[in-house]
Ligand binder design. Structure first.
Ligand code: GLN
Length: 278
């Protein structure tokens, strides 16, 4: 985890140099191409060669959309997007005989991007929710996510009940955002473009807690002195791949490939590569 912690620290530094805040105007953009040749490893050769925005999908390329500030699922290693989702996408691409390229964008933009065909699929630690299911189709789940609470080490907040009346930082449009706004009121929630920006706000005292998925929470805490993840789970969720409702063929292909990758242990070995048991 040490290496990951350093990377997260670097990502946080980048995030803090960029315009932080609740505005979604500082949009993350860029793309990296993940080669499907070779093993599904984080070191697979990638380049920053862009897939032109809005370009129609060709038959042998799959464009994955993500928000690459969500370690260990997706984050930058130099100019490459790596992580559990990137590796799973590559393994799926290998099964389907397609090259996978990755588009980095705001989490908030992913559903629209897949609906309009800018990207073919979303792998972004995205939780299956009934609202999202109205707009996109989800594959079978490939991982479990937990919404966790990060606080300063000396915080009086010990669990979800203590969040009432406090300022809570979240990542815009995530389930953490939606649930916290429902449970504690929109006025108590400050939404940031990335989880890294929300953690930065916690460090500088702009918010009292951050609600975010458990694995990124652990990575952020590891990379930042003076913070801790509370033991209590706020919610438990299923991560799945989102595809356009129009593209049922891709949905079926992905589900078949996913089942094979679960069966032969590939998915578990990818998860184990990034998440070490404590
Ligand atoms: N699992 C959360 C959601 O789907 C957060 C995902 C993310 O920030 N990448 O809303």
């Amino acid at each position: 985890m040490k290496k990951l912690a350093l990377l997260v620290a670097a990502a946080l530094m980048c995030a803090s140099m960029a315009a932080c805040g609740s505005s979604s105007s500082s949009s993350a953009s860029g793309s990296a191409s993940a080669s499907t040749s070779g093993s599904a490893s984080a070191s697979a050769s990638t380049s920053t060669e862009a897939t032109a925005s809005g370009e129609e999908t060709t038959g042998d390329t799959l464009i994955m959309g993500t928000n690459a500030a969500f370690p260990p699922y997706e984050y930058y290693e130099n100019d490459q997007i790596v992580g559990i989702d990137a590796d799973i996408a590559k393994a799926l691409g290998e099964k389907l005989g397609k090259e996978v390229t990755i588009e980095d964008m705001d989490f908030n933009s992913l559903i629209t991007a897949v609906q309009t065909g800018k990207i073919d699929m979303v792998l972004a630690g995205m939780t299956v929710t009934p609202d999202r299911e109205e707009n996109v189709n989800f594959t079978d789940s490939y991982a479990t996510g937990i919404q966790s609470i990060i606080v300063p080490e000396d915080s009086e907040i010990t669990g979800p009940d203590d969040l009432a009346g406090h300022k809570i930082g979240v990542q815009e449009s995530t389930t953490g955002h939606i649930y916290c706004a429902d449970d504690y009121g929109e006025d108590n929630v400050i939404a940031y473009t990335t989880g890294a920006n929300a953690v930065e706000a916690l460090k500088t005292g702009k918010v009292d807690a951050v609600v975010i998925d458990n694995e990124p929470a652990k990575a952020f805490v590891e990379a930042n002195e003076g913070l801790k993840v509370l033991d209590t789970e706020y919610t438990v969720e299923d991560y799945a791949i989102a595809v356009s409702k129009e593209n049922t063929e891709l949905l079926d292909e992905l589900n078949t490939a996913l089942a094979e990758l679960k069966e032969d242990g590939t998915i578990q070995s990818i998860i184990d590569k990034y998440i070490t048991a404590e």
